[in-house]
Structure formats: C-alpha cells, structure tokens
Design a binder for this molecule. Structure first.
Ligand code: MOS
Length: 763
C-alpha cells in the first residue's frame, strides 16, 4: 500500500461514521419482490436494444481479422472485396485516417475505458491473432460480411509467446493490483508450513473464459458535422465510451453521446470501449452515413477479451484443532503485451480467514494474445476455486467437517488490514445453508455413496466479493404534477437497475412507484461510473439520496417563505418525505409537493449532486459472503459429472428486491457451473488463435445442465452502506467451481485441480 493510502487510512480510521441510511429498514417498496419494470417490453420485443435502433439511411460494417499473433502485414488485397455488390468503402492500414490510441481502463476512478494500447488499423503491425486488419462498409450486413471474408493479407511473422504455460517462467510482480499490494506477508510462513499437524500443498489451473452475453457487441454511429457524434452502443459504461471515443477522434467528451438503455448482458465484457466502437464511428465519418457494426459471435471472441488463465499454488497448514498456521496463495495470471490487467485472484484469502503466518501474492505474464479483461467476479471467481479446494483437501487431512474447519478460522477483524468488518454474517450464512441443504446427513467418507452407475457426493465452498462504491452523480426533479424523476448515466444490463432505483426513489420521496421515473443509459445524463464491481446499486442509491435531500431542502425553503404553509416553522431535521409531500416528523402535519410548488408558481424543483469518494472502504473491511452447497453425481464408467442439487446461502447486506436478487444469485451460480464443468476458451498455443469462437464449441451451461437452485440469504443490513445493501451481481459465481470440485472429490475420491472438470480428468 502506498504511503499516501496509509496516511489517508489512518485519518479515516478515527473519523466518525455517517449515521446509517434512514431507509435501512423501510419497506414500502424496498425489500419487496416487485416485478421488473421493463420485463413486458423485453419479452414482447418492444425494448430497443442497440442493433434495433431504426436509423434512416443506415450502412453496415464488418471486420476482417489478422490470422497471425505478431508481425507485419506485407500485403493486403482488397480488390475482390471492393468489387462485390453493395460495398461502399474498405479501410485498411494503407488508407485509414489516423486515430489516437485511447487511455487504458484504470482502477475505475477515471472514465478511461481503452482496452488495448495497440493501434487499430493505423499500423501494419499485428499484436494479436484476431486484431482487426480491415473495415468494410456496405449497404447490407450480409454484403459487408461477404466482402470482409474476401480480404486477403500476407504477413511477415515475428517471434512471440502465445502459450501461457511457456510464459509462466517470465512472470513479474506488478506494482499494484487494483490499488492493493501485489503481495502481502506476515511471519515465517515456511516454518509454519513445516511444523504443523496437517498440511496440503496443491497447484491449480484455470483456463481462459469468454463472456457470452445473449446480445453480441454492437454499435450504431451517427455524426452531426465533424464534431458531434452519437453512438448507440452495447455498453456497461456509457461515460467511459464517450470519453474514450472522444480521445480517439480528438473531440470534447461532451460532444460524444452514448445511448444504451438496454444491454443484453455484459458480465464485464462490455465495460471497456473495445475497438469495434471506434471502427464503427470511423466508418460513419468516412462514408458520411450512419453505420451499424453488429459483431458476429466469432468477432466478439476475436477482439473482445475474456478472463485470464491462471496457475495458483495453495499451501495451508493447521494444528490438530484445524487452526490455520501457515497460508500460501500465490501464482500467475496472463495479460497481453498490449494491455494491463493483472486479475486479482489472490484477494479472497486476504479477507476470509485468520492465519498465523501468510504469504499471499501474485505475478503476471504478457502474451501476444487478445487483451484480457474483467469477467464476472474477476479474481474472486478463480481465486476461490483454488483456495476453497485447498481448504476442502485440508479438511480431509484433518478428518474434520469442511464447514467446521472454515468456522474454526472465522476472523474477528480483517486478517490482513486489521480493519473491522462493516458487516459479516458468515456464520449465519453457513447455518442457513447447512440447514436448507441437509448437510448434517452427509457421510464424511469420500466415495461412499453410489446410485446404480453413479457416484454421489456433496461439496461446500465459501464465496466472497468486495463491496465497492463509485463516485456517482444524479439529478432529482420533483414536479408540480406530483411526479418525480431521477437521472444518471448508469447502465442496465438486465440486473434490475431501473426497477430497484425506481423502488428506491419512490420510497425516498414518499411517492407511489407509478409517479416516479428513473432515467439512465445515456452519457449526457449526470455521471455514473462503470456498471462493474457490483457497485452500481449502492453508488446510484447514494447519489439519488443526496440529490433528493437537496430537492427536499429547496421545497422546504419554498414552504418556509409561505405564510400559508403548515411547514413554515419547520427545520429540515423536523420533517420527513412521505404521503407525496413533506410532513412534520412528530406531529404529522404538512403538505404535498404539488401544493408547495403550485403556490410558489413553479413547475418543478431539481438538484444535481455528485457523491464523495468511498472513504468507508478505507475504514472498514467491506465484503459479501456466500456458502455454496452442491450435490453431484459422477458416472462410474464415463466420468460424466452432473450437478443435481444446489443451495446458495448469501450474506450480502439488505436484499432490496428478493425476486430479482435471487435471479442474480442464480445467474451467478449457473455461470459458475459452466466454469466448473464446461467453459474453456481454447487458444492454439502455437498461433495464439482462439479455436472455439462459437457457442457450438464454447460450452455455456444449458437448461438441462442446471438443477433447481435454492437461494437463501441472511438479509442483514450493512449499517455502512446506502440502503444497507451490497452489490450482488458477482458474488453468485464465487465459490461455485470449488463447491463442484469438492463434491466431485467427495463422490469419487479424486481431487481435480484444473478447470473445467471434464470427464477425461475423472477416468
Ligand atoms: Mo463486472 S466483471 O465488474 O462487470
């Protein structure tokens, strides 16, 4: 940690807490299973997703991709493409106008959202296999794709490293990982490992993964003159795309408008401004027409990065009561030669267990491959696979119940920083999960349950994900007709953002939900950060809360000036927002917003507000927790693994909408089951080319792979977060792969340490 961080942290430690949010237990709308507001529009096809925008005179773009990992383009033949009907323009490095390389995505505190430092089309140099080498614009998408397929390039290859295994030896420690130290240590861990009753020392590997959102990436670009650009984009960071594309074309950021009200899933893959966006904007500028670039599924694999591969060592020792003495979690992930994202797999154990001595850290190596990026719970999803598999193995060494072993090592404060937890109900989550799953009737012995040709086993693992909050702005307006609106540029990828923020605004202002609206998904609205790090719900909630308070203060000021108002003597502390107006907290008298505004002769009152930095994260150790329980069956002859029962028990602060929250948890668990059993992006290690860029060959789970998933949750509000809530988008996937691997061990007696757990590993 930097000195500055340490100083800030020590100051923050002694600062008094903010009072908990007044709405922490309020439940007129919050805490209720309200149906998704945009559900009917989505299922009836009325919702306008990016590629659906009806834009007049639209032309269509397609890309051609490099077929080598590194080198130079020695020739590129576009004649066959140009000769095809409908083709308007073909751009390659030989004729593409200059674009600037945008700043790379940082730690989330800026709007920079660049994904690669490689020049796109403005160079004959190739940095990864799949890099765009030509952009075709035609009258129809089919004509554009057909023409792109006829572009032929020759190359002069250069030596490079495309195999993760081959690059592990060159791994280096990055300066920092998401602002944290790359390695943390305490005590003599080697001694603690050697002198103990039981120990395990295992090495795990996880493969690269790709996000496969239902909606592939797409963009529509429309210029108004040379300086104003509107982009419809499948973005989970409208403000980031606006800033980044402005950098690319040398525009002012507020001259680029990014519109994205509906996004068909993102999972982190739509957080960055991937190169298709700037190429779509370039195509529109050069043809003088609005242009749509709807990526093919293969195209998404070629240019949008996914999850890093990892190799992780977990060594843990314990005394005979199960107390952790030595704890090592270390290893390597990959980034590319042209981006910087060392995925934080070593974060989970820093906050999960008390340990006498530890060494927890990670290195990163560079490959000549497509850039890596965030994918649902980057770090925690793969990190918990290794750590939680290791703890399971240690439980067998100790002949202890794996739940009891974890509870034996529950810390009182953050094991590394020493900070108090803002809210941690791990024991309750485990108790609820144990009860619901029927864990106590599980036999301790592995390979002890058989049903015909199937071995049966039950496994458990801990999941965890941090609480983040981002600086966010919102505008709140209350109108004389008694309605209210909140606006922010945030994004809805299907999580339920619009619904839960509408619930929140109605609750906050004492209005019925039918009289409030939440407007979002447009970079011209007040600033919101990336819909990432499971931070959006609380970040937006705080901005709306604080902007709402400003509006209420202005309304009260109007009332105070008015002889006839029952509120003229009231101070802000004396009143509450309820029953569509402002009322005395104790005596209950007051009046409606409409009455105040109409007497004042005003149509509306509005206020903008930007929240402060998340200082609470420096004072408290803030995390969500999960206890994941599953039952698998493994075919004794074929090694096929089927998950047949699941209970996820979550401790994620207050649940704001159970119906949508449970859906998020289930989605995370399903993605985790894919990670456990089937998902793997296969790179050809000789060429760095992805060999399975389609849903036929990259296997995401389908309905038949997924059992009933039961979800329970502690619903304990966190007194240090807006609404008492935590983000819930990513916690669901964490711990899942370990729970499956641990159940597979329990079924078969085989410890699989490399994902995915395919049947060959069990034969
Ligand atoms: Mo999430 S991987 O921060 O969209």
């Amino acid at each position: 940690m930097s000195i500055l961080n340490k100083v800030i942290r020590s100051v923050v430690q002694v600062m008094p807490d903010q009072a908990p949010d007044e709405l922490i237990a309020s439940n007129r709308y919050l805490g209720r299973s309200i149906n998704r507001l945009n559900g009917p529009d989505k299922v009836t096809g009325k919702a306008t997703f990016t590629a659906d925008y009806p834009v007049a005179n639209l032309a269509h773009a397609a890309l051609a991709y490099s077929t080598i990992a590194k080198g130079r383009i020695t020739s590129i033949d576009t004649k066959a493409a140009e000769a095809l009907p409908g083709v308007i323009l073909v751009l390659t490095h030989e004729n593409a106008p200059e674009m600037k390389v945008p700043k790379e995505f940082g730690d989330g505190s800026s709007n920079d959202a660049g994904t690669t430092q490689a020049k796109i089309l403005n160079t004959d140099h190739v940095s990864w296999n799949g890099q765009p080498i030509a952009l075709v614009v035609a009258e129809t998408p089919e004509q554009a794709e057909a023409a792109a397929a006829r572009i032929h390039a020759t190359y002069e290859k250069e030596d490079c490293v495309t195999s993760f295994e081959a690059a592990i030896g060159d791994a280096k420690q990055p300066k920092a990982i998401m602002g944290e130290d790359p390695e943390v240590t305490r005590g003599d861990v080697e001694q603690a490992l050697s002198q103990s009753a039981a120990r395990i020392d295992l090495t795990f590997t996880t493969p690269p993964h790709n996000h496969n959102a239902i909606e592939p990436h797409a963009c529509i670009a429309q210029w108004d003159g040379k300086d104003d650009l509107t982009l419809y984009d499948t973005s989970q960071f409208t403000a980031g795309v606006a800033t980044t594309i402005a950098q690319v074309f040398g525009l002012k950021a507020d001259h680029v408008r990014v519109v994205a009200p509906y996004v068909g899933g993102g999972f982190g893959g739509k957080g960055g401004a991937w190169p298709y966006i700037q190429l779509c904007a370039l195509a529109a500028r050069e043809t003088g027409r609005p242009v749509r670039l709807a990526m093919t599924r293969e195209g998404v694999f070629r240019i949008v990065g996914g999850r890093t591969p990892s190799q992780q060592r977990v060594a843990i020792s314990a005394d005979d009561a199960g107390k952790f003495l030595g704890f090592v979690h270390e290893g390597v992930t990959a980034q590319s030669t042209h981006n910087h994202f060392p995925e934080q797999f070593s974060f989970p154990p820093r906050h999960l267990y008390s340990m006498e001595a530890y060494r927890i850290g990670q290195k990163v190596t560079d490959l000549s491959r497509v850039a890596n990026t965030f994918m649902r719970a980057p770090g925690e999803s793969i990190g918990t696979f290794a750590v939680e598999s290791g703890i399971d193995a240690l439980a067998y060494e100790l002949k202890m119940c794996p739940v009891a072993l974890r509870m034996r090592n529950e810390p009182d404060a953050d094991p590394v920083s020493g900070s108090p937890f803002s809210s941690r109900h791990m024991r309750k989550a485990y108790e609820m999960g144990v009860e619901r799953f029927g864990w106590k009737s599980r036999p301790a012995e592995p390979r002890s349950q058989r049903d015909g040709d199937w071995w049966i086993g039950q496994g458990v693992a801990t999941g965890t994900y941090p609480v983040y909050r981002m600086v966010t702005a919102a505008r709140v307006r209350i109108s004389a007709d008694g309605t209210a609106v909140a606006q922010t540029s945030c994004q809805e990828m299907g999580m339920g953002t619009e619904t839960v923020q509408t619930q929140h605004l109605a609750e906050r202002l004492g209005l019925p939900m039918s009289k409030v609206r939440f407007e979002y998904g447009d970079s011209t609205l007040p600033y919101a950060g990336v819909a990432g790090g499971s931070s959006q719900t609380v970040s937006v909630a705080l901005a709306v809360q604080e902007a709402g308070a400003k509006v209420l203060k202005e309304l009260l000021a109007l009332a105070q000036k008015d002889e006839r108002s029952p509120l003229r003597e009231a101070n802000f502390e004396d009143v509450v927002a309820k029953d569509e107006g402002i009322f005395w907290r104790v005596s209950g008298g007051g009046e409606s917003y409409a009455a105040i505004l109409s007497r004042a002769g005003k149509d509306f009152v509005e206020a903008d507000h930007k929240t402060g930095a998340p200082m609470e994260l420096l004072k408290y150790s803030m995390h969500s927790y999960a206890a994941q329980f599953c039952e698998v069956r493994v075919h004794a002859l074929s090694g096929e693994v089927r998950v047949q029962r699941w209970v996820g028990s979550f401790d994620t602060g207050r649940i704001l909408n159970p119906k949508m929250a449970v859906s998020q948890f289930r989605g995370g668990i399903i993605m985790g089951i894919g990670m456990a059993l089937t998902e793997e992006t296969m790179f050809d290690d000789r060429t760095g080319r992805i060999m399975n860029p389609s849903l036929a060959e990259y296997h995401v789970p389908v309905q038949a792979d997924i059992p009933d998933i039961e979800v329970v949750y502690t619903n304990e509000p966190d007194p240090h977060t807006p609404l008492g809530a935590h983000g819930i988008g990513e916690i669901g996937i964490t711990g899942v792969a370990a729970a499956v691997a641990n159940a597979v061990y329990h079924a078969t007696g085989k410890r699989v340490t490399s994902l995915p757990i395919t049947l060959d590993k069990l034969m």
